[in-house]
Design a protein around this ligand. Structure first.
Ligand code: G3P
Length: 217
């Protein structure tokens, strides 16, 4: 499973990118607002830093305007992935941009039917929102499973990008159910490395090592 960082915070992305474990970045209008930065400037900085795709979202509501915004965002860098909302207008724009060879990410997906339409529109990624479904007592992970089955039934190339990930458990469950990618906030990705028994074990090893009086270097 590929890991994308769901953030427009350049410092937080850089810290994780340094681990070599980051495959891409996703942003959205709320994350741009949170960064307090200009969308073009901050997105360019992220694109220069990260090798993989960086999703930048259009904000127009109609297909023609989405196309214009998407093409402008794509000028930022070669690794831009144009993010479009899962509406009929967004799908229409997705079909055109995907046919022109742009990478596309169809976002705000909450049903398997929506995901089926995004695949037919040629989306590179479909972004089902796990956490927001959980918020209304619908199991978000069931949706990932349904999309996996449908995409496998028809050999769709669209990659399932599990989004609205809120916990390390979400990451594990997305991996178990077969998501191609998961995008998560930096704190969630970092939390995946934590285990109380790792900390306890390391403390024990360090205490015993100190008693040996040895050095490796
Ligand atoms: O990738 C979409 C994500 O940013 C939404 O997350 O936590 O606002 O539902 P959340």
């Amino acid at each position: 499973m590929k890991f994308f960082v769901d953030s427009a915070d350049v410092d937080a992305i850089a810290e994780l990118n340094d681990t070599g474990l980051v495959d891409g970045v996703t942003t959205n209008p709320s994350l741009i607002m949170k960064s307090g930065r200009d969308i073009i400037e901050v997105t360019k900085e992220i694109c220069d830093m990260v090798d993989g795709p960086v999703s930048a979202e259009v904000v127009a509501m109609e297909a023609d305007a989405m196309l214009a915004e998407g093409r402008k965002l794509a000028e930022i860098a070669d690794n831009i992935c144009i993010k479009l909302p899962l509406t009929l207008e967004g799908l229409k724009a997705c079909k055109v941009l995907s046919s022109e060879g742009f990478k596309t990410n169809v976002t705000l997906c909450f049903s398997a039917n929506q995901a089926l339409l995004a695949a037919k529109a040629g989306a590179t990624y479909i972004s089902p929102f796990i956490g927001r479904l959980d918020d209304i007592n619908i199991d978000g992970m069931d949706l990932i499973g349904d999309i996996r089955t449908i995409y496998d039934n028809y050999d769709f190339d669209t990659q399932i990008l599990a989004a609205s990930i809120r916990s390390a458990n979400h990451m594990k469950d997305a991996a178990l159910i077969g998501a191609d990618v998961a995008t998560a906030p930096p704190n969630v990705i970092k939390a995946m490395a934590n285990h109380v028994l790792t900390d306890k074990g390391l403390e024990g090893f360090m205490k015993d090592w100190a008693k040996t009086g040895q050095k490796i270097l």
